[in-house]
Design a protein around this ligand. Structure first.
Ligand SMILES: *Cc1c(COP(=O)(O)O)cnc(C)c1O
Length: 389
């Protein structure tokens, strides 16, 4: 498996995608079929994904960001509205709220897990709050029972940012199968990839219909539906939509990945167990807590480095790992510590003590299905050497 770009030099890259020869052949066949954009492969991918997460409807889009945006548009959320978002997340979770003209209200996370704190959601809710976007951080599902109780009591909807959460489960139910809208990402380094891509799942027929229209210019009949019927050139613009459709080329990769998803997950799970096990001998480096009643998707394996114990700060630890040929990342610099949210929205570090403290301590370790167990062990040995010196 060849790594590329700057990761070429690393012994253990942070991430290496797993695309099989049969997926590459299938993409070639799709290209030879002459149907390149959204068509039969996209429809097939939607059905296969819906089955995989037990969703009533799955609507393919070209990113999770697009799915989040469409979920907000569909819900009619706009100027004057507030949407609660954890500060410890990727740009897209809050930017899409700004795109519809609403205000993202940031809240803090729980210390052991980095999942949105339901009490903070309750405290942040106002009469203007229309939705909350919990992020299943790293692939571990949020405390959905508490969030659903708050949401129904406060009359707000839940849009799940499930970018990390395929194939996760909460109390035996797949993420994507509940009555909430859930938004998945198939970005290059997610647990299932189409290069770029996303999926919105819903149990609601009307949401499904409107989102499928909105994802492609708001057209009443889309190209692949028009292809086979009479007056195939005709359509109606029911409302102005977006250009968010997923191509058949990308969908073909997704179909191949889905077949191997269980194998991917088992490999991630074994690596997470190995890391957890080996870390018990490394003082000052703690994995995040794993909660009961869940299946963790293991998109990320995040550790917290306590520099009081290790004697080296997080940035130095990352630099030393990099010098040893080990790629890492940080998920995330919290949103309130970015200039837009600080300068334009006025958020302060002390508003979110847990996220702020977490930022100085976190490192995401390499985690991908093809990662060899000897190399994974070497990652922890190197970490142990760095933090013991
Ligand atoms: C990756 C990611 C997204 C965005 O996904 P795209 O498919 O790249 O748009 C949104 N939220 C979180 C938490 C993510 O990690």
């Amino acid at each position: 498996m060849a790594a590329s770009f700057e990761e070429q030099a690393l012994k253990v890259p942070f991430f290496v995608p797993d695309i099989s020869e049969s997926e590459i052949d299938a993409v070639a066949a799709t290209i030879r079929s002459n149907w390149l954009t959204s068509g039969p492969k996209m429809a097939e991918f939607q059905s296969a994904f819906a089955e995989a997460v037990q969703a009533k409807h799955a609507i393919a889009v070209n990113s999770c960001t697009a799915a989040l945006h469409l979920a907000l548009v569909e819900a009619g959320i706009g100027p004057g509205d507030e949407v609660i978002v954890p500060s410890m997340t990727f740009a897209a979770t809050a930017a899409t709220v700004l795109h519809v003209g609403a205000r993202p209200v940031l809240v803090d996370i729980e210390p052991g897990t980095f999942l949105i704190d339901p009490d903070a959601v309750e405290r942040a809710a106002t009469t203007r709050t229309r939705a909350v976007i919990p992020v299943h951080y790293g692939g571990q599902p949020c405390e959905m029972d508490s969030l659903e109780a708050i949401a129904s009591h406060r009359n707000m909807i839940i849009i799940e940012d499930a970018a990390h959460a395929f194939p996760a489960e909460y109390r035996g139910r797949r993420i994507g199968s509940s009555s909430n809208v859930a938004c998945f990402s198939f970005y290059a380094n997610k647990t299932l990839t189409t290069g770029e891509g996303g999926m919105l799942t819903t149990a609601d027929d009307e949401i499904a219909e409107r989102v499928s229209r909105l994802r492609l210019h708001g057209l009443s009949r889309q190209a692949w539906e028009r292809f086979s019927v009479s007056k195939s050139w005709d359509y109606d613009i029911a409302e102005p939509g977006y250009k968010y459709n997923l191509t058949d080329i990308a969908s073909t990769i997704g179909l191949g990945q889905l077949v191997r998803a269980d194998d991917f997950w088992k490999k991630r799970q074994l690596l997470a167990e190995l890391y957890t096990d080996l870390l018990t001998d490394v003082p000052g480096v703690e994995p995040l807590a794993v909660l009961p009643n869940r299946k963790h998707a293991w998109h990320l394996f995040v550790v917290q480095v306590d520099s009081q114990i290790t004697g080296v700060d997080r940035d130095t630890t990352i630099d030393r790992l990099n010098e040893a040929g080990i790629g890492t990342s940080v998920h995330y610099r919290p949103l309130h510590m970015h200039s837009y949210y600080r300068d334009v929205m006025g958020y302060r570090p002390e508003d979110f003590p847990v996220s702020t403290a977490a930022f100085d301590r976190i490192i995401s370790l390499p985690l991908w299905p093809g990662l060899d167990h000897d190399l994974a062990s070497a990652v922890i040995e190197t970490l142990a050497d760095i933090t013991r010196s």
